[in-house]
Write a protein that binds this ligand. Structure first.
Ligand code: SF4
Length: 275
């Protein structure tokens, strides 16, 4: 068996605030921002826009910088500190798409906040919706086994989904739903700064790679993404549950090879355990 590898490893882990400072002009607001439009004293339209939307996500050449805009008469500072915990609490209130109506919980994601490996699935299922945790049903248990087969503990990585609320009947999330939810996942990526994103199944793979090619064609190799992050598609564990054969060339056998490839790559990118 391969030795356990401490997956957390991010050589350049500038805080999000530093990322904002480095890549975007600072947001400087000197006026108060009253709720009532008639009393608004701020100078720029930009600030008014900030006041209407509590979270803004600016795309930059890496990916994102994040600003938390405080509404209602409070000053807005030019730098922002945002943690996954804070982001999670904000997301728990999200009603940006119709999936909010049928959910029990917002399944934000969980794992090591310093993980270099991020696994992204499609969306929460029934068990996940009940528990508020990603990949804890049968497919999640299989994912845990897949990780363990190469000596990676589930707690070492971070796990999330393209949409954070369960689609009715576990249907595939729609494009508008994924677009609405992307800001949350993009913010998680900006905070985590993973080296590798493993996309599980067609939906997250096609989203990340902006392609209509299927998982069978895309799996098993690294694809360059933004900010030096590499995307590695693998079959979704629920697909493997439906295709349990371990015969050579089967999806399960291919996945076993794939996770070894991921393990080797992350060991190369992050050679110092615990770094
Ligand atoms: S799926 Fe995402 S965007 Fe839609 S309500 Fe849930 S958290 Fe918000």
């Amino acid at each position: 068996m391969m030795t356990a590898h401490r997956v957390p490893c991010t050589p350049v882990r500038a805080g999000v605030a530093q990322l904002v400072e480095r890549q975007l002009p600072k947001l400087q607001v000197t006026g108060s921002i009253p709720v009532a439009r008639s009393k608004r004293t701020v100078e720029s339209q930009e600030v008014a826009r900030l006041n209407e939307r509590r979270f803004l996500f600016w795309t930059c050449n890496f990916g994102l910088a994040i600003a938390d805009c405080v509404p209602g008469g409070e000053r807005v500072s030019g730098t922002f500190e945002l943690s996954l915990d804070v982001l999670s609490r904000k997301a728990a209130e999200c009603r940006r798409c119709p999936l909010a109506d049928g959910r029990r919980t917002v399944v934000f994601g969980e794992g090591n906040p310093r993980a270099s490996l991020l696994f992204v699935g499609e969306g929460p299922g029934e068990v996940e919706d009940e528990t508020g945790r990603p990949f804890v049903g049968p497919a999640g248990q299989l994912l845990t086994q897949i990780l363990a087969s190469v000596g990676i503990q589930r707690e070492e990585v971070y796990i999330a989904n393209i949409v954070k609320c369960r689609p009715p009947g576990n249907r595939v999330p729609t494009r508008p739903e994924m677009e609405a939810c992307w800001d949350w996942l993009a913010a998680q990526i900006a905070l985590l700064r993973p080296r590798i994103v493993v996309t599980l199944g067609n939906v997250p793979t096609q989203w990340f790679l902006a392609t209509t090619e299927g998982i069978a064609q895309l799996r098993g190799r690294f694809h360059r993404w933004r900010g030096g992050i590499e995307v590695f598609p693998m079959y979704h564990p629920s697909y493997l549950l439906r295709n349990p054969s371990k015969a050579k060339g089967s999806p399960k056998h291919q996945t076993w090879l794939d996770i070894q490839t991921v393990k080797e790559r992350i060991s190369l990118l992050c050679p110092t355990p615990g770094a």
